[in-house]
Design a protein around this ligand. Structure first.
Ligand SMILES: CCCCC/C=C\C/C=C\CCC/C=C/C(=O)SCCNC(=O)CCNC(=O)[C@H](O)C(C)(C)COP(=O)(O)OP(=O)(O)OC[C@H]1O[C@@H](n2cnc3c(N)ncnc32)[C@H](O)[C@@H]1OP(=O)(O)O
Length: 303
């Protein structure tokens, strides 16, 4: 998206996301329940529901990839497209990102995308993950995460790439980077994002231990900005949004860029190497075995 200064803020898509979406309903516009004019029309895709409010310049973007909003390739792609659509529409200044699935904000990487898949698929998947993070982390819009459910690993990545996080006060809604407990490692750009948010020492501990923080601890460590009763998450996210939108866009955007560019540039400089590392790492037999065992444990845990 172009800034007043002419600086291009978010990187252009290096993927061709449209190719994945043939036959889906992306771009369809339908009236919101009880809605009338353009400002109340929904658009979106199969897995991302967008409720735009032109009057306030704020859109609510809901993840709806049941049962747990695992980040499938399709969900990643649809998120990038929906974000780009709102960024290109000058009506919008902010997005509230939340979940349409009960009790889960986002379960992180869709493990079925990297278990038993060939290296080419894993590479395509990881590039889509990088793309979403880059776009969200550098978005010129204000992004507020209204976290209304569990938020582990890749879910936490999504939340961390927003400007502000509001978490529902439910002890089951834990947030953090638990990768080590699955036998995998957070990539450097995710580690950097963690450090930027909660500091070096807290990240060092939390990353090694794979800590998933319950709400009070997440607030204490600075992983989220507010913890509120579940029925107040949306209204609090809107109040936060108003606070951020009270600042002139150009000043806020340039400041955001100043704070985040170095972290994003580090990935942009070594995107291919990061992809190769990811692929060779997750395709190792030992890693495949631990991911399979973890998935199996998740499946058996049911009921
Ligand atoms: C030295 C070189 C280094 C190079 C480094 C390079 C790269 C680094 C490599 C990797 C970095 C990756 C970074 C990110 C990683 C991730 O995100 S991994 C995913 C982590 N996610 C989790 O651990 C969460 C797992 N899920 C849960 O804990 C729970 O499901 C829940 C989210 C708390 C929700 O609980 P509940 O409502 O009770 O739902 P169920 O557990 O019953 O689950 C319902 C079904 O959903 C399936 N499922 C859950 N999570 C996932 C998932 N992440 N992927 C795919 N599927 C998932 C679950 O199996 C159930 O399926 P069935 O209905 O039984 O079929």
């Amino acid at each position: 998206m172009a800034l007043a200064s002419g600086v291009r803020f978010a990187p252009r898509a290096l993927l061709r996301p449209w190719a994945l979406l043939r036959g889906t309903t992306l771009g369809r516009t339908e009236p919101a329940a009880g809605g009338g004019g353009d400002g109340a029309r929904r658009f979106g895709s199969q897995r991302v529901l967008v409720e735009p409010d032109a009057a306030s310049g704020v859109a609510v973007m809901k993840l709806r990839n049941p049962p747990v909003n695992a980040l499938s390739l399709e969900l990643l792609t649809e998120l990038v497209i929906s974000l780009e659509k709102l960024e290109n529409d000058k009506t919008f200044r902010g997005i509230i990102l939340t979940s349409d699935c009960p009790r889960v904000f986002c379960a992180g990487l869709d493990l079925t995308e990297i278990c038993g898949r060939n290296p080419a698929h894993c590479a395509e998947y990881w590039k889509a993950m990088q793309e979403l993070w880059l776009r969200m982390y550098l978005s010129s819009l204000v992004l507020v995460a209204a976290i209304n459910g569990a938020c582990p690993a890749g879910g936490c990545i999504i939340a961390l790439s927003c400007d502000c996080r509001v978490l529902a006060d439910n002890p089951k809604y834990r947030i953090g980077l638990n990768e080590t407990l699955l036998g995998i490692i957070a990539p450097f750009w995710l580690k950097d994002t963690y450090v930027n948010t909660i500091g070096h020492r807290a990240s060092e501990q939390a990353l090694q231990l794979g800590s998933l923080f319950p709400p009070a601890e997440a607030l204490q460590v600075g992983l989220v900005d507010q913890v509120v009763p579940e029925d107040q998450v949306q209204s609090t996210a809107l109040s936060e949004m108003a606070r951020w939108l009270a600042v002139p866009d150009h000043a806020r955007q340039l400041t955001k860029n100043m704070m985040r560019k170095a972290t994003a540039d580090r990935l942009l400089r070594q995107r291919d190497a990061d992809t190769q590392n990811f692929v060779s790492f997750v395709c190792r037999d030992s890693i495949q075995k631990s991911l399979q065992a973890y998935l199996e444990k998740l499946r058996q845990r049911k009921g």
